[in-house]
Design a protein around this ligand. Sequence first.
Ligand code: GLU
Length: 441
Amino acid sequence: MIIVRWAPSPTGRIHPGNARPALLNWFFARRHAGRYVLRMDDTDAARSTRAFADGIEQDLAWLGVRPDSLVRQSERTALYDAARDRLIAMGRLYPCYETEEELDRKRARARLLGKPPIYDRAALSLTDEDRARLEAEGRRPHWRFRLDGRPVQFADLIKGQQTVNTASMSDPVLIRADGSYLYTLPSVVDDIDLGITHVIRGEDHVSNTGTQIEIFEALGGAVPVFAHHNLLTDAAGQGFSKRLGSQSIAQFREAGYEPMAIAIMASLTGTSLSIEPYETLDEIAARLDFSMISHGPARFDTAELDALNARILHALPYESARARLSALGLEGEAMWLLLRDNLRKFDDIAEWAKLLTGPVAPVIADEDREFLALAKSLLPPEPWDETTWGQWTDALKAATGRKGKALFLPLRLALTGRPDGPELKSLLPLAGRKACLARLP
Ligand code: GLU
């Protein structure tokens, strides 16, 4: 059984860059009939809020992802404490007392000597008396994991064979001086406890993976398979930022985008699977293979998003639009099929529907006034159907000699108030004779 997890930190609203791993995990789970765990990485009590966590659940549901279970790290501290105690007993986790300033000085000194700014492990040589003295001074330890300092290898499902040499890394701090856990240890403990088989996440975590594999092994847990995907950047080539709050999934929703358009853009940008309308996420899941994910950065292009959103609407069947139309006080399949090709956002339909129901502000050029008055007198009697337009314009052509644009454009401008829009042949029977008469001078 395949089990994946998506592990956002609820420290802000999620953006497309966060939605990417949420979706890639979902596709993988669906493709392999696996399970999907939503894990809130909320150990940072100062920055995580329940409101952000609730927002993430909402955004995920809007995108169409349905987790099988939800866990919150803030409720699982006992597990982390047990792992902490085991690592301490093995000598893999050790207390350190340096302040930030002391660490800064050490790094600066290493740099001066031309050495990499790696933590010097001074705390490992503290005696019991040293520690007692430091604690008596009121210092509280933070805790570092003692790395093996070796090339850690793993076969990444996206990036291929990877080596992270932990000898070139500082022993990572796993526990802050206030006793709270940083992300690294709880993540491993949960991955073991929840039986996670595959960790699919952004490539900014590759070097963490070196550390985490060492922790998996120290705790005797099964090391999952890793897949690190390329990161999404915004249109300017910058990483999306949670703190900015701009370009959040919630904002795209409020701006009227289709969830499917956002899901496709967030997941398929920077892959070789084409960006086009798919009806369901499962359809993407069936097609997207990790070998299709490119290794370069993936730029989220809003012009491409707009084009995709429009294409999705232009293909949206009436059955899928019906409830949303009725929320806008609209109905009718013929109306939907006539107008959907003009939509950029779903709610644009309310404006377009006025072509049928009015009011329309006709646009009438002075030089066309006479022509349009004649057109009014030649408007065929009802009942109207799709042939009415042809009869009417044939009669007008015969009476005035006008043809092409000179014939059609003044009619369109008068009947719809704009130079573009739906086929008049189909619009006429839906709008009806009375409405058309009212728009002609
Ligand atoms: N909370 C981490 C993040 O958002 C999770 C990374 C992971 O998937 O392990 O970056």
